[in-house]
Design a protein around this ligand. Structure first.
Ligand SMILES: Cc1cc2nc3c(=O)[nH]c(=O)nc-3n(C[C@H](O)[C@H](O)[C@H](O)COP(=O)(O)O)c2cc1C
Length: 385
């Protein structure tokens, strides 16, 4: 038996100047509900549910740093100062209800502009995007389409890459002005930075292509530039696709090496996702199962000695707790489990702490739930859990 104390899902966790009240985080989830990138009532209610639901940290959906390279037309945006006030409402509501709020910064690159899942989730055709009357562009390290579904992106010049790097920096400044507690740079799912990492998408001949070191260069540059403006007391996360899941693609060893470089550049947490490089490889090559990405998190945490967030089909509090207790991750992000039940973290607290009370709920609710409990128990016995 080791003398090391065992961590639990319910324990607080400190990152730089920020203390998360537990290890439960709400994963970024695109809503396709913004107008010109602006926060709408939908977002206030949607994120508000998670803020009240007991998670320590709530991520916004992928929030576009550039108007012309969004994941979907109706993504949240942070490409202008006009977006700050809306985002501040989310951060303020989180802070007045005991949660932290982070923003995921994204540039969708060659996979910019797809339809919401309920409309098929397909790559929008140039005609469909043009009809929305916004300027748009698909760009990547090389003129290689993500799959036959996607139009061929423009290969970025080094000067254009510097502009986009600056867009990340400007977005970070705005996130701070909006009172956000954390930033996550989206380096996963085949979007711009992920496409630089993968030898399948990146055929460049310059210092940004070829060797792994060259393919990582842009990712590290963006991280360094963002860290330089992001307050030193606030944490910076990177979401990585830890594997492309395709023969000869970006793999877990690459991710460990990148994680070390990112740590040296001031990144605090690697959020361990996978796949998404192209539509063809997405389905077949990263086998799904309960907690299927947890082994990526464990390997990166232990080999790169960096804090990790595990995500992906983590559905039971007991499993989430075991992932933390066995040192496979420091934080657990849930997405769809929280769509189903925004109080997933509060329920997890109740279950794992064997608490009979509802202290993980907002007090406006918990006082009533506590009061009801003995009566409920009298009527339905142990079913009144
Ligand atoms: C509705 C929805 C939207 C998503 N949008 C994003 C996104 O904006 N950025 C991102 O990195 N991942 C996104 N994801 C992926 C989730 O963050 C998460 O990694 C994935 O759903 C696996 O976790 P889960 O099994 O707990 O849902 C999205 C997932 C869902 C269900």
């Amino acid at each position: 038996m080791s003398d090391q104390p065992v961590n639990t899902l319910l324990q607080p966790f400190t990152l730089r100047g920020l203390t998360l009240k537990n290890r439960m985080v709400i994963s970024p989830m695109c809503q396709h509900a913004a107008i010109d990138g602006q926060v709408q009532d939908w977002h206030l209610v949607h994120y508000g549910k998670f803020i009240l639901g007991g998670a320590a940290l709530v991520w916004t959906e992928s929030t576009a740093i550039a108007s012309d390279s969004r994941v979907g037309i109706a993504d949240l945006g942070i490409w202008s100062d006009e977006h700050i006030d809306g985002l501040r409402k989310l951060a303020d509501f989180a802070h007045s209800n005991g949660a932290l709020m982070g923003v995921q910064l994204a540039h969708a690159g060659r996979k910019a502009f797809s339809a919401p899942l309920w409309e098929g989730g397909h790559a929008l055709s140039p005609d469909e995007i043009t009809r929305s009357e916004i300027s748009w562009r698909r760009v990547g390290p090389s003129a290689i389409a993500a799959s036959s579904e996607w139009s061929t992106p423009d290969a970025l010049t080094v000067a254009e890459m510097a502009e986009i790097r600056q867009q990340f920096v400007d977005a970070a400044r705005r996130a701070d002005a909006a009172g956000m507690d954390a930033i996550e740079l989206h380096y996963g799912h085949g979007y711009l930075v992920a496409s630089f990492l993968s030898p399948h998408a990146n055929h460049r001949q310059d210092e940004y292509g070829g060797t792994r070191e060259n393919r990582m260069r842009y990712a590290v540059e963006i991280a360094t530039a963002t860290r330089a403006v992001w307050p030193s007391n606030k944490p910076l996360f990177v979401r990585l696709s830890c594997i492309d899941g395709v023969e000869g693609g970006w793999n877990l060893d690459d991710s460990v090496i990148l994680a070390r470089e990112l740590k040296a550049a001031g990144i605090d947490v690697i959020d361990c996702s996978s796949g998404g490089l192209s539509e063809e490889v997405k389905r077949s090559n990263v086998p799904r199962g309960i907690g299927f990405q947890v082994p990526f998190s464990a390997e990166i945490r232990n080999s790169a000695e960096i804090v990790t967030q595990a995500v992906g089909l983590i559905v039971s509090p007991e499993h989430a707790n075991e992932v933390i207790a066995t040192g496979q991750a420091d934080l657990i992000a849930v997405g769809r489990a929280a769509l189903r039940n925004p109080y997933w973290p509060a329920e997890a607290y109740r279950k794992l702490s064997d608490s009979d009370g509802f202290e993980a709920w907002p007090e406006r609710h918990s006082a009533w739930l506590d009061k009801r409990q003995p009566m409920l128990r009298r009527f339905v016995g142990d079913e009144a859990n």
